[in-house]
Ligand binder design. Sequence first.
Ligand SMILES: [Zn+2]
Length: 1001
Amino acid sequence: MPYEKISLRTLNKMKEQIAERIYKKISPLQVQAWVTKEPVPYDDRESGSPLRLQPGDKWGELWDCAWFHFEGRIPEGSRSQNLVLLIDVNGELCIFDKNGIPVQGLTNVNSEFDYSLGKPGKRVVDLQNILTDGETIDFWADAGCNDLFGHFRSGTLKEADIAICNEEIKSLYYDVEVLLELAEELETQSVRKARVLQALYDASLLLVEWDDSAIAEARKLLKKELDKKNGDSELTISAVGHAHIDLAWLWPIRETIRKGARTFSTALRNMEKYPDYIFGASQPQLYQWIKQAYPELYKQIKARIEEGRWEVQGAMWVEPDSNISGGEALVRQVLYGKQFFKEEFDQEMKVLWVPDIFGYTASLPQILQKSGVEYVMTQKLSWSTYNDHPHHTFLWEGIDGSKVLTHLPPEDTYNSPAAPRSIVKIEKEYKDKNISDRALMLFGIGDGGGGPGEEHLERLRREKNLLGLSPVVQEHAIHFFEKLNQQRDKYKTWRGELYLEKHQGTLTTQARNKKYNRQIETALREFEFSSSLLSVYEEIDYPKTDIDTVWKEVLLYQFHDILPGSSITRVYEESIVRYEKLLEQVRTRIHQNYETLAKTIGRPGLYLFNSLPWERREWIKREGQWRNILIPAMGYTIVDEKTNVDRQEDQELVAKEQLLENGLLSVTFSNDGTLKSIYDKENKRECLIGSANVLKIYHDTGDAWDFPTNYHETKAMQPSLKKTQTLKEGPYVMVVNHYSYGSSTIKQTIRLTSGSRLIEFKTSVDWRENEKMLRTSFPVNVHSETVNCEIQYGYIKRPTHRNTQWDFAKDEIVAHHWIDMSEPNYGVALLNDSKYGHRVHNNILDLNLLRSPSYPDPVADQAGHEFTYCLYPHAGDLVQAEVYKKGYEINIPTQSIELKGTDDSLPGRISRSFIELNAQTVMIETIKQAEDGKGLIVRLYETAGTHATVELALDMELESVLETDLMEQIIGSVDHFGGRLALNFSPFEIKTLKIKTRTHG
Ligand SMILES: [Zn+2]
């Protein structure tokens, strides 16, 4: 007789029948909700308007908050049973105990999620988790009328019941689920598959009446299969519980704090039930919020961290964008991140935890290596559109040659269901399995938080060593990396940036946020520099707490959905208000600092301060006369009436219709306002090979992340020139163009300055377009295979051709202050004061100015904008032309202070450089007080990618000069004599000095 044919469909049906029998509702709970617009603390839980609710009743709109009060009476006959509550308010919920401490998070079952990874809902509450005397139930819970992804799901009460949970049936369900999926994943011919299917079939024959003995019998049958183990294993999977929590995204920051409480309390409860469970969470900012808002919950977390059940992850303050954040900001992310974990939990963080960022700057390996961070964990590269990154485990080498061991979980997700299919996917996809016997799995519900549920942990309980699947061990990610590192020598190296072939729109979207970020970064640099001067020369206390506070808020807004522009409207409304406040505060403090310095110098006059480490010139109008003033490096000069009468105005300055000219350049315009020609008079060379500064408007039907990649093949629209004026004012000649397009207007002042090679495009846009992208482009008369793009602490070269799919994929590229195309003896740079998205194909330099996609912020970039970009034609290549200096100069203005008074006989020096550097290619990025308060930190880096020996001269009495890493740990000492010291740089090297001075006035 042949065997019965076993149908997977029938077995799946059996699984569903088992699921239906796990819970039996026995009594509804009484539900009341106090609804408010914003969250209120537990003590104020009755401050909203109360509503009595039955299932189906509506309690709120999107972003409404409510304190729910649940009451019930346990039916007498069922008090000895295994009771649970089933609660779903079609939103997110956090149950609190009577002391106002979060106990457990719940999520509506119809929450948005990638359902192929499992169901996001959490609706079951164990009775021991809530307040009950065994007869009555009475507790409170804090609700948000949004799902995990910030979406509205009807705002109604779905269910609130007391139910009996049949533990045996529940266990049977997971037995069947794991075995059935194992069988589905195994090869058709596999013996194991046949045996598992047979066992499942045999079990199904028993499940007719569903009596206890049949269930026990079925479990016994399946246990035989679940107990079968592997022999020697080739691959061990390290699993760590995870809940990716975006600090803001499709929800405002305020909701993230509550998401943290829900997710973390759930993790704590699950730890009580599952002794093997290891959960991890990153981002000190999130821990800080929990510490402030839920101190008791924080204590519980701390205890689990000490016990080793909870892993603190990541080395940065938040998981930041790494394309746009400045170099020093990335250093501070690590500095404040590591400090927090050290102070709070006494842990040295060694793993950069960035599962979800939109590209990885080639500066990071050096920053990490010099911060004691040895490993990188991410998975986002798997989202690339065109090319597969060739490794999951590799050494990532940065622009300076530093290497960090990097792992991409081969399952390509940080939301693993931890199911047999996950393990099989890891085995199949792991690109380095020929040499590596370890892979990481991050399991749980994420993006909007939530974390692992019972299903993940029940599966893992059965998958520790299950014949047919690689064994899985729950352990800390750091322990995984330490094991991975044992084979370090065998891994391949990937050199340069980890470019994500997706989300390039995020280099431009939400332009105002990006501009404020640039401005606050440079303002903080100036604030730290000027405060350092005061502490050294005037013994005025360095405002460390104030500076730290501003930095941490700025670092928060560099989170990978805020700075890239991919959050909802409210996130930007809130961050813009804060940026404006922070900028005002910091600028006021800078002004006060320089004013204090000027007063102690004492001579009356106009003081010009320069925080850049090279001398620079500035045009100043005094008493009706334009004067060109030289300001020393990292110092000041006083413009009084007797001194500093420098260069006179340029006799060659011309401003005529459609023509601007100075002694160096001659710029002619076409009728539509575009540039027809830029003739370099000094080098006798035309810089353009076509119309330049053509403002183009493209249809952009993408979202905040992505624009259509073929936009440049579509027909572009041009704003029409309404009015043009030509002006001459002192050392400046200008063409002012007024354009309009739809309801938008653009005013552009194109300016040439006497003695300068920069052509400035000072732009004001009132942008009222939806789903449009505004760009400008410059076809330059320069031939080069590569374009130089400034990134943090250096620059990288990218191809200007599209030979291969890898070149083609890098169409929109990130750069900071500038991009530059150079031949060996001539080049043109395009600089900016707040832009990041560029495109260079052949010899066209193209800059993305504004985008206004409809999602997730329907009014993105529809506002007033002010920005400047500059074209810099130069002799020599980018290094000889010192392009980086121009980039800093247009972003870091000189600061002026007018000191009134008449006594100019005071001894203060008329000009002075506090710190000088005799180097063409080395930049002083930062001067700040050391974290321990004992001395100054001076951070320099080599900008050109070459070896360099430099001399640093400090106008201070030096006691000692030490070299430190980026975390200010001492790594050596530096000889100094008379305030001078010599430093050797390797290409793109970042060097940090800790300088102690004998404080003097
Ligand atoms: Zn994210």
